[in-house]
Design a protein around this ligand. Structure first.
Ligand SMILES: [Zn+2]
Length: 270
């Protein structure tokens, strides 16, 4: 599943190829994504892309009349390729441009989304209730500690809640808690401010490092082959249950929390 770093790398990968360019045609091959693709997307013909932003895992392509919102769901990929590129299975949506390129969404599992926010209004409230971006200054010392007061839920579940902070998905919650030395099962309300501040730094570091690593895949967004935006990462715990801790050589353990896998080192985390 694409997490925040993959979506940010996607934004960086597609932006230079579509910003300042005019839409020539819009093709919806299968409107049945997570929500139906609205007919209003046809109003984009003749309009110019002003900028491409990201909020949480939503890509926001801005036009003067509104915002085209894209979400990659579980399996989506976006690339900007030549308009005569053969259509592949699961190529559900095209945004063609007058300079001969096309932004093409492929999504085998169809949990992704293409929505139109007229006048930039977020009528479905997808963006309004989100917590701060982890790489922005709003996500600062004291923030997690204050939000966690009296909270009895496990720290990992707390971190993965988009209303608290966006974009800390399962991989990065596992990795950040390992690097901060915090057991994923500890009650959120019992962690000291000092430990939360260290965790805040580490969350920023692991996400930034992943975005930086993904930078090597930027060229994939304009190529027909490959899987743009999915990059190999060096991980300490995620996907390594039963293997040796890279720090202390103890065996890493795995539990399920909120139906997601948590992998941790019983020696390094407490
Ligand atoms: Zn260890």
């Amino acid at each position: 599943m694409p997490e925040l770093p993959e979506v940010e790398v996607c934004r960086l990968g597609i932006s230079p190829h579509i910003i300042g360019h005019k839409v020539s045609n819009v093709v919806v091959r299968n409107a049945k994504l997570r929500w139906p693709i609205p007919k209003e997307v046809q109003s984009l013909v003749g309009q110019e892309v002003l900028t491409v932003d990201r909020r949480a895992k939503y890509l926001l392509i801005r036009f003067s009349t509104g915002t085209l919102l894209l979400h990659l769901g579980m399996s989506g990929t976006i690339r900007v390729i030549e308009q005569d590129t053969a259509i592949a299975k699961h190529d559900h949506f095209d945004l063609g441009f007058t300079h001969g390129k096309v932004l093409r969404l492929n999504d085998p599992r169809r949990f992704g989304a293409v929505l139109w926010l007229a006048q930039h209004k977020d009528e479905q409230g997808l963006l309004t209730k989100l917590g701060p971006e982890p790489l922005c200054d709003d996500f600062c010392y004291g923030y997690l500690f204050n939000k966690a007061k009296n909270k009895k839920l496990p720290i990992k579940t707390f971190l993965m809640n988009n209303h608290i902070v966006v974009g800390v998905g399962n991989i990065y919650a596992n990795e950040a808690l390992f690097q901060a030395g915090i057991l994923p099962t500890v009650k959120a309300g019992t962690i000291s401010e000092q430990r939360y501040n260290r965790l805040t730094d580490i969350i920023k570091q692991v996400l930034s490092a992943a975005i930086e690593q993904g930078g090597t895949t930027l060229k994939d967004f304009t190529q027909v082959d490959g899987r743009p935006g999915y990059f190999a990462q060096s991980l300490f715990v995620y996907g390594r249950a039963g293997k040796k801790c890279l720090t202390c050589q103890n065996t890493l353990l795995e539990i399920r929390q909120s139906n997601r896998s948590s992998v941790y080192c019983p020696n390094c985390q407490n």
